[in-house]
Design a protein. Sequence first.
Length: 155
Amino acid sequence: MRKMRTALITEANKGVGLEIARKLVDEGFFVFIGSHDLQKGIEAVKELAAEGLGTVDVVQLDVNNQPSVDAARKEIGVKVDVLDLLINNAGIISDMPQSALGYCVYSINDVFERNYYGPTRVAHAFFDLMRKSAKPRIVNVTGDLGSQGVASAFG
């Protein structure tokens, strides 16, 4: 019998991701704090440990960088055989609204890279560990800009 369920949260070193980590640890999960800035991830782990939440570890993970994702997969795979929960929390927003003539293609590219390709890249890298879970889950965290209804209001 496995000891505890495992989770990976991208960009969990602050904000919503860090709060999700707190809640998951309370629910009995071992949580990997994914952070593109390793030092900020280490600080988040220390913060949680100071609160008595010690079943966490940090992994350097930049969702925009395939070698970083691959290295995170390798590192986590050495520590656990199964990943039960993947929470894609890393995301950015663009300056909204943008007119058809006033948009910046580089800004749009950055948004797609982090918000679409990043979660896809991470999910694909961890599918093998998730397939070993009895109840694997992927959760994609989004704000209002992920809503088709809200986004259409900018049209």
